[in-house]
Design a protein around this ligand. Structure first.
Ligand code: ARG
Length: 470
Protein backbone atom coordinates (compact mmCIF):
# COMPACT_ATOMS: atom_id res chain seq x y z
CA UNK A 1 0.00 0.00 0.00
CA UNK A 2 1.18 3.50 -0.58
CA UNK A 3 0.04 6.58 1.22
CA UNK A 4 0.38 10.25 0.63
CA UNK A 5 3.86 11.44 1.33
CA UNK A 6 6.19 13.49 -0.77
CA UNK A 7 9.63 12.46 -1.85
CA UNK A 8 11.50 14.27 0.87
CA UNK A 9 9.70 12.33 3.64
CA UNK A 10 7.79 15.38 4.82
CA UNK A 11 4.81 14.12 6.78
CA UNK A 12 1.29 15.49 6.44
CA UNK A 13 2.13 18.27 8.87
CA UNK A 14 5.45 19.53 7.48
CA UNK A 15 4.30 22.91 8.82
CA UNK A 16 6.66 25.82 8.58
CA UNK A 17 9.53 23.90 7.07
CA UNK A 18 10.82 24.63 3.60
CA UNK A 19 12.96 21.54 3.59
CA UNK A 20 12.15 17.97 4.44
CA UNK A 21 14.13 16.10 7.08
CA UNK A 22 17.29 14.19 6.32
CA UNK A 23 16.57 10.52 5.63
CA UNK A 24 18.74 9.57 8.61
CA UNK A 25 16.77 11.96 10.80
CA UNK A 26 13.57 10.26 9.77
CA UNK A 27 15.03 6.84 10.45
CA UNK A 28 16.20 8.03 13.86
CA UNK A 29 12.91 9.49 15.05
CA UNK A 30 10.51 6.96 13.63
CA UNK A 31 8.63 4.78 16.10
CA UNK A 32 6.27 2.90 13.80
CA UNK A 33 7.98 -0.43 14.30
CA UNK A 34 7.27 -0.16 18.00
CA UNK A 35 3.90 1.58 18.12
CA UNK A 36 2.30 -0.34 15.21
CA UNK A 37 0.84 -2.76 17.72
CA UNK A 38 -1.49 -0.01 18.93
CA UNK A 39 -3.06 0.49 15.52
CA UNK A 40 -6.50 -0.78 16.50
CA UNK A 41 -6.46 1.34 19.65
CA UNK A 42 -5.39 4.39 17.66
CA UNK A 43 -8.24 3.88 15.22
CA UNK A 44 -10.78 3.32 18.00
CA UNK A 45 -9.77 6.58 19.62
CA UNK A 46 -9.96 8.39 16.29
CA UNK A 47 -13.44 7.09 15.55
CA UNK A 48 -14.69 8.30 18.93
CA UNK A 49 -13.02 11.67 18.34
CA UNK A 50 -14.47 12.06 14.83
CA UNK A 51 -17.98 11.15 15.95
CA UNK A 52 -17.78 13.71 18.73
CA UNK A 53 -16.56 16.39 16.28
CA UNK A 54 -19.59 15.63 14.10
CA UNK A 55 -22.11 15.63 16.94
CA UNK A 56 -20.75 18.88 18.25
CA UNK A 57 -20.99 20.43 14.79
CA UNK A 58 -17.27 21.16 14.79
CA UNK A 59 -17.12 19.35 11.46
CA UNK A 60 -20.17 18.45 9.32
CA UNK A 61 -21.95 15.30 10.47
CA UNK A 62 -21.58 13.64 7.07
CA UNK A 63 -17.82 14.26 7.15
CA UNK A 64 -17.64 12.72 10.61
CA UNK A 65 -19.62 9.74 9.36
CA UNK A 66 -17.36 9.28 6.37
CA UNK A 67 -14.27 9.51 8.56
CA UNK A 68 -15.63 7.02 11.08
CA UNK A 69 -16.73 4.56 8.41
CA UNK A 70 -13.45 4.79 6.56
CA UNK A 71 -11.53 4.32 9.79
CA UNK A 72 -13.57 1.20 10.56
CA UNK A 73 -12.79 -0.10 7.11
CA UNK A 74 -9.10 0.63 7.62
CA UNK A 75 -9.22 -1.27 10.92
CA UNK A 76 -10.87 -4.19 9.18
CA UNK A 77 -8.39 -4.15 6.30
CA UNK A 78 -5.51 -4.26 8.73
CA UNK A 79 -7.16 -7.06 10.69
CA UNK A 80 -7.71 -9.16 7.58
CA UNK A 81 -4.26 -8.44 6.18
CA UNK A 82 -5.55 -6.44 3.20
CA UNK A 83 -3.67 -3.41 4.39
CA UNK A 84 -0.14 -3.58 5.70
CA UNK A 85 1.30 -1.03 8.02
CA UNK A 86 3.75 1.07 6.07
CA UNK A 87 6.87 1.20 8.16
CA UNK A 88 8.09 4.30 6.40
CA UNK A 89 5.45 6.31 8.29
CA UNK A 90 6.80 8.18 11.31
CA UNK A 91 4.44 6.66 13.81
CA UNK A 92 1.14 4.86 14.00
CA UNK A 93 -0.85 8.09 14.28
CA UNK A 94 0.59 9.52 11.08
CA UNK A 95 0.13 6.21 9.29
CA UNK A 96 -3.58 6.01 10.09
CA UNK A 97 -4.19 9.65 9.25
CA UNK A 98 -2.28 9.29 5.98
CA UNK A 99 -4.24 6.22 4.89
CA UNK A 100 -7.47 7.97 5.77
CA UNK A 101 -6.54 11.06 3.76
CA UNK A 102 -5.39 8.85 0.93
CA UNK A 103 -8.82 7.22 0.83
CA UNK A 104 -11.17 10.17 1.34
CA UNK A 105 -9.05 13.17 0.46
CA UNK A 106 -9.62 16.49 2.18
CA UNK A 107 -12.32 15.20 4.53
CA UNK A 108 -9.67 13.03 6.13
CA UNK A 109 -7.71 16.16 6.92
CA UNK A 110 -10.45 17.15 9.39
CA UNK A 111 -9.82 14.23 11.76
CA UNK A 112 -7.05 15.87 13.71
CA UNK A 113 -9.23 18.89 14.60
CA UNK A 114 -8.76 19.78 18.27
CA UNK A 115 -6.30 16.98 18.84
CA UNK A 116 -2.55 16.54 19.14
CA UNK A 117 -0.46 13.44 18.97
CA UNK A 118 0.44 14.23 22.56
CA UNK A 119 -3.04 13.56 23.90
CA UNK A 120 -3.58 10.91 21.23
CA UNK A 121 -0.66 8.79 22.41
CA UNK A 122 -1.77 9.11 26.04
CA UNK A 123 -5.13 7.73 24.95
CA UNK A 124 -3.75 4.98 22.71
CA UNK A 125 -1.48 3.66 25.43
CA UNK A 126 -4.35 3.47 27.90
CA UNK A 127 -6.59 1.70 25.41
CA UNK A 128 -3.81 -0.73 24.61
CA UNK A 129 -3.01 -1.40 28.26
CA UNK A 130 -6.64 -2.03 29.02
CA UNK A 131 -6.58 -4.94 26.60
CA UNK A 132 -3.08 -6.08 27.34
CA UNK A 133 -3.29 -6.06 31.12
CA UNK A 134 -6.60 -7.88 31.03
CA UNK A 135 -4.95 -10.60 28.98
CA UNK A 136 -2.13 -10.76 31.48
CA UNK A 137 -4.62 -11.01 34.34
CA UNK A 138 -6.31 -13.92 32.58
CA UNK A 139 -2.95 -15.62 32.26
CA UNK A 140 -2.33 -15.13 35.98
CA UNK A 141 -5.68 -16.75 36.77
CA UNK A 142 -4.88 -19.64 34.51
CA UNK A 143 -1.57 -20.18 36.29
CA UNK A 144 -3.27 -20.07 39.69
CA UNK A 145 -5.76 -22.65 38.44
CA UNK A 146 -2.95 -24.92 37.28
CA UNK A 147 -1.15 -24.65 40.61
CA UNK A 148 -4.33 -25.21 42.58
CA UNK A 149 -5.19 -28.32 40.60
CA UNK A 150 -1.77 -29.78 41.39
CA UNK A 151 -2.12 -28.67 45.02
CA UNK A 152 -5.48 -30.42 45.34
CA UNK A 153 -3.84 -33.74 44.62
CA UNK A 154 -1.06 -33.15 47.13
CA UNK A 155 -2.61 -31.92 50.38
CA UNK A 156 -1.14 -35.02 52.01
CA UNK A 157 2.20 -34.98 50.20
CA UNK A 158 4.75 -34.22 52.88
CA UNK A 159 7.86 -32.25 52.10
CA UNK A 160 10.33 -30.29 54.11
CA UNK A 161 9.88 -26.56 54.29
CA UNK A 162 13.08 -24.51 54.34
CA UNK A 163 14.43 -21.38 55.92
CA UNK A 164 17.95 -20.25 55.06
CA UNK A 165 17.83 -23.14 52.58
CA UNK A 166 18.10 -25.49 55.57
CA UNK A 167 15.43 -28.05 56.39
CA UNK A 168 13.13 -26.34 58.85
CA UNK A 169 9.69 -27.88 59.42
CA UNK A 170 7.58 -30.28 57.43
CA UNK A 171 4.89 -28.83 55.20
CA UNK A 172 3.09 -30.28 52.20
CA UNK A 173 3.53 -29.79 48.50
CA UNK A 174 0.01 -28.36 48.40
CA UNK A 175 0.91 -25.77 51.01
CA UNK A 176 4.01 -24.80 49.07
CA UNK A 177 2.16 -24.52 45.76
CA UNK A 178 -0.54 -22.41 47.40
CA UNK A 179 2.29 -20.20 48.67
CA UNK A 180 3.13 -19.61 45.02
CA UNK A 181 -0.49 -18.65 44.31
CA UNK A 182 -1.03 -15.88 46.85
CA UNK A 183 1.63 -13.55 45.42
CA UNK A 184 -0.03 -14.10 42.03
CA UNK A 185 -3.36 -12.96 43.45
CA UNK A 186 -1.62 -9.77 44.57
CA UNK A 187 -0.06 -9.37 41.12
CA UNK A 188 -3.53 -9.67 39.68
CA UNK A 189 -4.73 -6.98 42.06
CA UNK A 190 -1.82 -4.68 41.30
CA UNK A 191 -2.62 -4.81 37.59
CA UNK A 192 -6.26 -4.10 38.42
CA UNK A 193 -5.21 -1.13 40.54
CA UNK A 194 -3.06 0.20 37.72
CA UNK A 195 -6.02 -0.16 35.37
CA UNK A 196 -8.25 1.76 37.77
CA UNK A 197 -5.76 4.58 38.10
CA UNK A 198 -5.38 4.90 34.32
CA UNK A 199 -9.14 5.07 33.82
CA UNK A 200 -9.06 8.77 32.92
CA UNK A 201 -9.64 9.91 29.37
CA UNK A 202 -6.90 12.32 28.21
CA UNK A 203 -8.16 13.37 24.75
CA UNK A 204 -8.98 17.06 24.64
CA UNK A 205 -5.74 17.97 26.38
CA UNK A 206 -4.31 18.84 22.98
CA UNK A 207 -0.60 19.38 22.74
CA UNK A 208 -0.50 20.75 26.29
CA UNK A 209 -3.15 23.44 26.73
CA UNK A 210 -6.41 21.70 25.73
CA UNK A 211 -8.47 23.19 22.92
CA UNK A 212 -10.44 26.31 22.21
CA UNK A 213 -12.94 24.25 20.24
CA UNK A 214 -16.06 23.07 22.09
CA UNK A 215 -14.98 19.43 22.34
CA UNK A 216 -17.31 17.12 24.22
CA UNK A 217 -14.76 15.24 26.25
CA UNK A 218 -17.37 13.41 28.28
CA UNK A 219 -18.91 11.93 25.19
CA UNK A 220 -15.53 10.66 23.99
CA UNK A 221 -14.86 9.22 27.44
CA UNK A 222 -18.16 7.41 27.61
CA UNK A 223 -17.97 6.07 24.06
CA UNK A 224 -14.52 4.65 24.87
CA UNK A 225 -15.64 3.30 28.24
CA UNK A 226 -13.64 5.59 30.54
CA UNK A 227 -15.11 6.52 33.92
CA UNK A 228 -13.47 9.93 34.25
CA UNK A 229 -11.64 12.68 32.42
CA UNK A 230 -8.14 13.88 33.09
CA UNK A 231 -8.59 17.35 34.58
CA UNK A 232 -5.33 19.03 33.77
CA UNK A 233 -4.13 19.20 30.20
CA UNK A 234 -0.48 19.70 31.18
CA UNK A 235 -0.53 16.68 33.45
CA UNK A 236 -2.43 14.59 30.94
CA UNK A 237 0.22 14.87 28.23
CA UNK A 238 3.14 14.62 30.69
CA UNK A 239 1.92 11.66 32.65
CA UNK A 240 3.38 8.22 32.16
CA UNK A 241 2.54 6.93 35.63
CA UNK A 242 0.34 4.30 34.07
CA UNK A 243 3.38 2.89 32.25
CA UNK A 244 5.52 3.11 35.36
CA UNK A 245 2.87 1.41 37.48
CA UNK A 246 2.44 -1.30 34.90
CA UNK A 247 6.18 -1.90 34.75
CA UNK A 248 6.41 -1.93 38.56
CA UNK A 249 3.63 -4.50 38.74
CA UNK A 250 5.27 -6.57 36.01
CA UNK A 251 8.61 -6.39 37.79
CA UNK A 252 7.11 -7.65 41.03
CA UNK A 253 5.35 -10.42 39.11
CA UNK A 254 8.67 -11.38 37.51
CA UNK A 255 10.32 -11.45 40.94
CA UNK A 256 7.74 -14.05 41.90
CA UNK A 257 8.16 -16.16 38.78
CA UNK A 258 11.91 -15.94 39.11
CA UNK A 259 11.81 -17.22 42.68
CA UNK A 260 9.51 -20.10 41.75
CA UNK A 261 11.88 -20.96 38.93
CA UNK A 262 14.81 -20.92 41.30
CA UNK A 263 12.95 -23.54 43.33
CA UNK A 264 12.12 -25.56 40.23
CA UNK A 265 15.81 -25.54 39.30
CA UNK A 266 16.78 -26.71 42.78
CA UNK A 267 14.01 -29.26 43.01
CA UNK A 268 14.96 -30.81 39.70
CA UNK A 269 18.54 -31.51 40.84
CA UNK A 270 19.61 -35.07 41.64
CA UNK A 271 20.19 -33.80 45.19
CA UNK A 272 16.58 -32.72 45.71
CA UNK A 273 14.77 -34.80 43.11
CA UNK A 274 11.37 -33.35 44.11
CA UNK A 275 10.20 -32.51 40.62
CA UNK A 276 10.49 -34.23 37.30
CA UNK A 277 10.03 -31.77 34.46
CA UNK A 278 8.44 -33.24 31.36
CA UNK A 279 10.69 -33.85 28.39
CA UNK A 280 8.68 -31.27 26.44
CA UNK A 281 9.81 -28.64 28.88
CA UNK A 282 13.42 -29.68 29.40
CA UNK A 283 16.52 -29.46 27.24
CA UNK A 284 19.47 -31.70 26.57
CA UNK A 285 23.15 -30.90 26.39
CA UNK A 286 25.19 -30.64 23.21
CA UNK A 287 27.98 -32.65 24.79
CA UNK A 288 26.62 -34.60 27.77
CA UNK A 289 24.10 -37.13 26.49
CA UNK A 290 22.68 -37.88 29.93
CA UNK A 291 21.66 -34.31 30.72
CA UNK A 292 18.13 -33.09 31.25
CA UNK A 293 18.26 -29.42 32.04
CA UNK A 294 15.61 -27.10 33.47
CA UNK A 295 16.43 -24.39 30.89
CA UNK A 296 12.93 -22.93 30.80
CA UNK A 297 12.97 -22.22 34.51
CA UNK A 298 16.41 -20.70 34.11
CA UNK A 299 15.31 -18.57 31.18
CA UNK A 300 12.34 -17.19 33.06
CA UNK A 301 14.62 -16.45 36.02
CA UNK A 302 17.05 -14.78 33.62
CA UNK A 303 14.43 -12.79 31.75
CA UNK A 304 13.15 -11.20 34.93
CA UNK A 305 16.25 -9.01 34.71
CA UNK A 306 15.06 -7.60 31.41
CA UNK A 307 11.76 -6.52 32.90
CA UNK A 308 13.48 -4.80 35.82
CA UNK A 309 15.74 -3.12 33.24
CA UNK A 310 12.68 -1.86 31.37
CA UNK A 311 11.30 -0.35 34.57
CA UNK A 312 14.61 1.33 35.37
CA UNK A 313 14.90 2.62 31.80
CA UNK A 314 11.49 4.26 32.02
CA UNK A 315 12.04 5.70 35.50
CA UNK A 316 15.34 7.15 34.33
CA UNK A 317 13.85 8.50 31.12
CA UNK A 318 11.06 10.30 33.00
CA UNK A 319 12.90 11.63 36.00
CA UNK A 320 14.38 14.77 34.47
CA UNK A 321 11.58 15.81 32.13
CA UNK A 322 10.00 19.22 32.54
CA UNK A 323 6.26 19.48 31.87
CA UNK A 324 4.70 18.93 29.51
CA UNK A 325 5.31 16.55 26.60
CA UNK A 326 8.92 15.86 25.67
CA UNK A 327 9.93 13.60 22.85
CA UNK A 328 11.96 11.46 25.22
CA UNK A 329 8.59 10.04 26.18
CA UNK A 330 8.29 8.27 22.86
CA UNK A 331 10.83 5.82 24.27
CA UNK A 332 8.29 4.63 26.84
CA UNK A 333 6.74 2.13 24.47
CA UNK A 334 9.91 0.16 23.89
CA UNK A 335 10.21 -0.53 27.62
CA UNK A 336 6.53 -1.08 28.12
CA UNK A 337 6.02 -3.52 25.27
CA UNK A 338 9.19 -5.46 25.81
CA UNK A 339 8.41 -5.92 29.52
CA UNK A 340 4.86 -6.89 28.67
CA UNK A 341 5.87 -9.44 26.04
CA UNK A 342 8.50 -10.93 28.30
CA UNK A 343 6.15 -11.23 31.26
CA UNK A 344 3.29 -12.69 29.24
CA UNK A 345 5.46 -15.34 27.62
CA UNK A 346 7.11 -16.21 30.94
CA UNK A 347 3.70 -16.71 32.55
CA UNK A 348 2.57 -18.97 29.73
CA UNK A 349 5.76 -21.02 29.70
CA UNK A 350 5.83 -21.38 33.47
CA UNK A 351 2.22 -22.55 33.41
CA UNK A 352 2.89 -25.26 30.83
CA UNK A 353 6.17 -26.30 32.40
CA UNK A 354 4.70 -26.73 35.87
CA UNK A 355 1.43 -28.21 34.63
CA UNK A 356 3.25 -30.98 32.78
CA UNK A 357 5.75 -31.80 35.56
CA UNK A 358 5.49 -34.83 37.80
CA UNK A 359 6.25 -34.85 41.49
CA UNK A 360 8.43 -37.29 43.36
CA UNK A 361 6.34 -37.86 46.45
CA UNK A 362 8.73 -40.28 48.16
CA UNK A 363 11.72 -37.96 47.76
CA UNK A 364 9.71 -35.13 49.21
CA UNK A 365 8.60 -37.23 52.14
CA UNK A 366 12.18 -38.39 52.75
CA UNK A 367 13.24 -34.76 53.08
CA UNK A 368 11.12 -34.51 56.24
CA UNK A 369 13.20 -36.95 58.23
CA UNK A 370 16.81 -36.77 59.23
CA UNK A 371 17.06 -33.07 59.87
CA UNK A 372 15.27 -32.93 63.22
CA UNK A 373 12.56 -30.90 61.55
CA UNK A 374 10.24 -32.03 64.36
CA UNK A 375 12.21 -30.25 67.10
CA UNK A 376 9.69 -27.39 67.23
CA UNK A 377 6.94 -29.95 67.64
CA UNK A 378 8.72 -31.41 70.64
CA UNK A 379 8.89 -27.91 72.11
CA UNK A 380 5.17 -27.37 71.36
CA UNK A 381 4.45 -30.74 73.04
CA UNK A 382 6.19 -29.53 76.20
CA UNK A 383 4.36 -26.20 76.00
CA UNK A 384 1.08 -28.12 75.90
CA UNK A 385 2.24 -29.83 79.10
CA UNK A 386 2.78 -26.48 80.78
CA UNK A 387 6.45 -25.71 80.18
CA UNK A 388 7.37 -22.13 79.18
CA UNK A 389 8.30 -22.06 75.50
CA UNK A 390 11.82 -20.75 76.06
CA UNK A 391 12.54 -23.63 78.45
CA UNK A 392 10.90 -26.11 76.06
CA UNK A 393 13.09 -24.77 73.24
CA UNK A 394 16.13 -25.53 75.39
CA UNK A 395 14.94 -29.06 76.21
CA UNK A 396 14.24 -29.81 72.55
CA UNK A 397 17.69 -28.45 71.65
CA UNK A 398 19.31 -30.77 74.17
CA UNK A 399 17.42 -33.73 72.70
CA UNK A 400 18.65 -32.74 69.22
CA UNK A 401 22.18 -32.41 70.57
CA UNK A 402 22.05 -35.88 72.05
CA UNK A 403 20.74 -37.36 68.79
CA UNK A 404 23.49 -35.67 66.78
CA UNK A 405 26.19 -36.78 69.24
CA UNK A 406 25.01 -40.36 69.16
CA UNK A 407 24.38 -40.52 65.42
CA UNK A 408 20.58 -40.85 65.67
CA UNK A 409 19.08 -39.35 62.53
CA UNK A 410 15.65 -38.67 63.97
CA UNK A 411 14.59 -38.06 67.56
CA UNK A 412 11.65 -40.42 67.17
CA UNK A 413 14.27 -43.20 67.28
CA UNK A 414 15.68 -42.07 70.61
CA UNK A 415 14.84 -44.73 73.25
CA UNK A 416 12.30 -43.57 75.82
CA UNK A 417 14.61 -43.68 78.88
CA UNK A 418 17.06 -41.37 77.16
CA UNK A 419 14.27 -39.16 75.83
CA UNK A 420 12.50 -38.77 79.14
CA UNK A 421 15.78 -38.01 80.92
CA UNK A 422 15.57 -34.54 79.32
CA UNK A 423 12.33 -33.64 81.14
CA UNK A 424 9.82 -35.17 83.52
CA UNK A 425 7.07 -33.88 81.27
CA UNK A 426 8.09 -36.21 78.43
CA UNK A 427 5.81 -39.24 78.30
CA UNK A 428 5.37 -42.11 75.86
CA UNK A 429 2.88 -39.98 73.98
CA UNK A 430 5.78 -37.86 72.73
CA UNK A 431 6.32 -40.31 69.88
CA UNK A 432 2.84 -39.48 68.63
CA UNK A 433 3.73 -35.87 67.85
CA UNK A 434 7.04 -36.44 66.13
CA UNK A 435 6.15 -37.98 62.79
CA UNK A 436 6.07 -35.57 59.84
CA UNK A 437 2.36 -36.38 59.40
CA UNK A 438 1.71 -35.40 63.01
CA UNK A 439 3.81 -32.23 62.71
CA UNK A 440 1.81 -31.12 59.70
CA UNK A 441 -1.64 -32.07 60.93
CA UNK A 442 -1.02 -30.27 64.24
CA UNK A 443 -0.64 -27.01 62.33
CA UNK A 444 -4.31 -26.76 61.70
CA UNK A 445 -4.98 -23.07 62.08
CA UNK A 446 -5.86 -20.72 59.21
CA UNK A 447 -2.76 -20.36 57.05
CA UNK A 448 -1.24 -23.59 58.31
CA UNK A 449 -0.09 -26.63 56.30
CA UNK A 450 -2.55 -29.17 57.80
CA UNK A 451 -4.63 -30.74 55.03
CA UNK A 452 -7.87 -29.18 56.37
CA UNK A 453 -6.30 -25.72 56.56
CA UNK A 454 -4.88 -26.11 53.06
CA UNK A 455 -8.30 -27.19 51.83
CA UNK A 456 -9.54 -23.82 53.07
CA UNK A 457 -6.75 -22.07 51.17
CA UNK A 458 -7.59 -23.98 48.04
CA UNK A 459 -11.21 -23.01 48.41
CA UNK A 460 -10.25 -19.36 48.88
CA UNK A 461 -8.01 -19.47 45.81
CA UNK A 462 -10.75 -21.06 43.74
CA UNK A 463 -13.15 -18.41 44.99
CA UNK A 464 -10.63 -15.80 43.92
CA UNK A 465 -10.19 -17.11 40.39
CA UNK A 466 -13.91 -17.83 40.05
CA UNK A 467 -14.98 -14.46 41.39
CA UNK A 468 -12.62 -12.27 39.45
CA UNK A 469 -13.07 -14.09 36.17
CA UNK A 470 -16.87 -14.15 36.25
N1 ARG B 1 5.15 9.07 18.58
C1 ARG B 1 5.00 10.02 19.61
C2 ARG B 1 5.13 9.33 20.98
O1 ARG B 1 5.03 8.18 21.03
C3 ARG B 1 3.69 10.68 19.53
C4 ARG B 1 3.68 12.05 20.07
C5 ARG B 1 4.52 12.91 19.20
N2 ARG B 1 4.42 14.27 19.60
C6 ARG B 1 5.26 15.18 19.19
N3 ARG B 1 5.05 16.37 19.66
N4 ARG B 1 6.27 14.93 18.44
O2 ARG B 1 5.32 9.93 21.99
Amino acid sequence: MSFEKNDNHAPLWSGRFKEGPDADAVAFETSINVDARMVQDDIRGSIAHAEMLGRRGIIPLEDADLIAKTLSRIAEDIETGKLNIDTSAEDIHSFVEAVLTDRIGDVGRKLHTGRSRNDQIALDERLYLRRALTELQDEILSLINTLVSVAEKHTGTLMSGYTHMQRAQPVTLAHHLCAWCWPLTRDYGRLGDALKRMDFMPLGSGALAASGLPLDRRQVASSLGFSSLTLNSLDAVSDRDYCLETLSALSILMVHLSRYCEEVVLWSTEEFGFINLSENWSTGSSIMPQKKNPDFAELIRGRSGRVFGDLIALLTMMKGLPLSYDRDMQEDKQSLFSAYDTTLSCLKVFNKMIGSASWNVSRMKASCTGGHANATDLADYLVRKGMPFRTAHGVAASVVRECIDSGIADMSRLPFERFSAHSDLIGMDVYGVLSPEACVSARNIPGGPAPEAVAEQIKALKDFTGKVSS
